[in-house]
Design a protein around this ligand. Structure first.
Ligand code: DGJ
Length: 555
């Protein structure tokens, strides 16, 4: 029976695949459409009308191009407790001949995600894939007159389309619109919750595109749309942009070199505007068909002082967020691919000006996952090349523990009552936080498998330094007066009062347990030896533990 259903599903995809489907009136979705919205203190991803955290993983680039290859992968990802997979749709396989679409791979991913009780985020691999056009269809690649290339100072064209190519934009947008219309038709239950539009955009090898189209634009006035945005938001702009614009006296009109200057950072502003405008238009036509959240991801600046062009110039790095906001207002967020050691610094730089944090690519580090969720209410975390991790990776246990408590976590995130505690270096012994009228002192230790970091992928030729070892981590949730849920590993805690009242804090009770669909399933009461005679709550080092702690005060 299952096979028959799958056959009918795939047969219907192929039937639609021959030509682009005819536009149909926007039908009322069967379930609420996914949306990112402010909920109390934080922005949250709402799926099926409820706050959701994407405990995700991104597939290797080529995996989803083969249904057979993916068969065992789905099972494995479900066993690793992912609730979301970042899959891929490449332009070349979706539209192998101009105007002829094949949705087979799209439909299979939707079908399999549903069958394994997971949601999907799709990457639209089209004009850009790591500052390159390797996923453009061959009919695009070959027609370099209609779809012109970028050029560097050396005058040599690269396999990258210039963001100033209006016909490239039209062709990419048409394909993306067709994809979104198809998803709208086959996915009324919103298995697909978000789209990544393109992948690691921008230009490498030079800080600016020097193609004839780009040179002409460079010497024309900066569009009034951008000038107005900058003037209206002048006091709120990020310091990096204020620096570039201010270096030339905050001019409000003139050509690009007149307003922003002639150095590599001026080039980057020019590129960010044109790349952002292109991607923003693709997102806009897609959203007209199906307005689910959409985002872009960034290949980050790799080290202090690296110039644009060393990393892709014009991509959504944090210093260019204002330009991207002006150029692509339909995007819901700008996301970092974090392979750098300074995970915390990158998170902080991507949450400026209210940008919600979503990490589509990273190493599989459980402490970093906890940091992002606990301190930045991250919408999701997604190690790259997820199917290469062992099924019993420490991340799987963490996803299991967190997956069951999403309703609890998101409720208290909205109330501003969740904090992360993460050991920064292996010689850091303790940390104290203030929460809910108590000072909680955490002692780190116990090692454990949370320290493990996945095999490190490489970002487009850049070998990443290993993360410093981290062992102990926890999320602390203040669920009601005197009550806390602590989920984490390899640490213990004591409490002291941090508000008026009796001077001593004691543990009324410590329970271990777990959450399933937001409901507490109690395990052992551990008020004896397991908590040093009720003196400290201990989360041992072997796996993620969930404790419910009730404090009281006396003197
Ligand atoms: C970043 C890219 O966005 C991914 O598609 C992939 O190429 C990884 N780098 C590989 O590390």
């Amino acid at each position: 029976m299952k096979r028959l259903i799958l056959f009918l599903f795939l047969a219907s995809s192929l039937a639609v695949a021959q030509t682009a489907p005819k536009p149909s009136p926007l039908s009322k979705p069967a379930t609420p459409i996914p949306v990112i919205k402010q909920n109390g203190a934080v922005k949250q991803m709402m799926v099926n009308g409820k706050p959701f955290i994407m405990l995700a993983g991104e597939l290797h680039n080529s995996s989803a191009s083969s249904i057979d290859y993916m068969k065992p992968v789905w099972k494995k990802l479900a066993a690793m407790n992912l609730n979301t997979v970042i899959g891929t749709v490449s332009w070349e396989l979706l539209e192998p001949q101009e105007g002829h679409f094949d949705f087979t791979l799209v439909d299979d991913q939707i079908q399999q995600a549903r069958a394994h009780n997971m949601r999907l985020v799709f990457i639209w691999f089209a004009t850009w894939k790591n500052a390159n056009a390797s996923y453009a269809p061959l009919w695009v690649k070959k027609d370099y007159k209609r779809f012109p290339r970028v050029q560097s100072k050396d005058g040599v064209a690269r396999e990258e389309l210039t963001p100033l190519g209006e016909q490239s934009l039209a062709a990419d947008s048409r394909a993306f619109r067709t994809l979104m219309r198809h998803i709208r038709t086959v996915d009324p239950q919103h298995t697909v919750i978000m789209m990544q539009v393109e992948n690691e955009t921008g230009k490498t090898g030079d800080s600016r595109d020097r193609s004839p189209l780009a040179e002409a634009a460079w010497n024309k006035p900066v569009p009034s749309e951008l000038m107005n945005y900058l003037s209206e938001n002048k006091t709120k702009l990020l310091p990096e942009l204020t620096g570039v614009w201010g270096a030339n006296g905050f001019k409000t009109s003139g050509t690009w070199p007149e307003v922003f200057g002639t150095d590599a950072y001026a080039d980057e502003v020019f590129m960010a505007w044109h790349v952002g405008r292109y991607v923003g238009k693709v997102a806009e036509v897609g959203k007209a068909e199906l307005p689910i959240p959409m985002y872009v991801n960034a290949w980050l600046v790799q080290h202090d002082g690296q110039l644009p062009g060393g990393y892709p110039s014009g991509g959504p790095v944090s210093r260019m967020h204002d330009i991207w906001r002006a150029a692509a207002p339909k995007l819901d967020l700008l996301a970092p691919d974090i392979y750098l050691a300074d995970f915390k610094g990158v998170c902080a730089s991507y949450t400026r000006s209210g940008n919600p944090l979503f990490i589509p690519e990273a190493r599989a580090s459980v402490p970093n996952l906890f940091w992002a969720i606990g301190n930045h209410a991250a919408l999701g975390y997604s190690p790259f090349g997820i199917e290469s991790l062992p099924e019993d990776t420490p991340l799987a246990a963490a996803y299991k523990a967190l997956g069951g408590m999403i309703p609890v976590l998101t409720k208290y995130q909205a109330e501003g009552k969740v904090v992360a505690v993460v050991q920064e270096t292996s010689d850091q012994r303790s940390q104290t936080i203030s929460i809910g009228g108590y000072r909680l002192n955490f002692s780190f230790g116990g090692g454990g498998r949370g320290a493990a970091v996945a095999a490190q992928p490489v970002t487009a030729g850049v070998t990443q330094p290993p993360s410093p070892p981290q062992h102990s981590f926890a999320l602390v949730i203040n669920t009601s007066p005197d009550q806390f849920v602590v989920v984490g590993q390899a640490l213990s805690l004591t409490a002291a009062p941090d508000s008026p009242g009796p001077k001593i804090a004691g543990f009324g009770s410590i329970d271990e347990g777990r959450y399933e669909k937001g409901v507490w399933i109690p395990g052992r009461r551990i008020n004896g030896d397991e908590s040093g005679g009720g003196n400290r709550a201990i989360l041992r080092g072997q796996s993620v533990v969930v404790l419910k702690i009730k404090l009281y005060r006396y003197e």
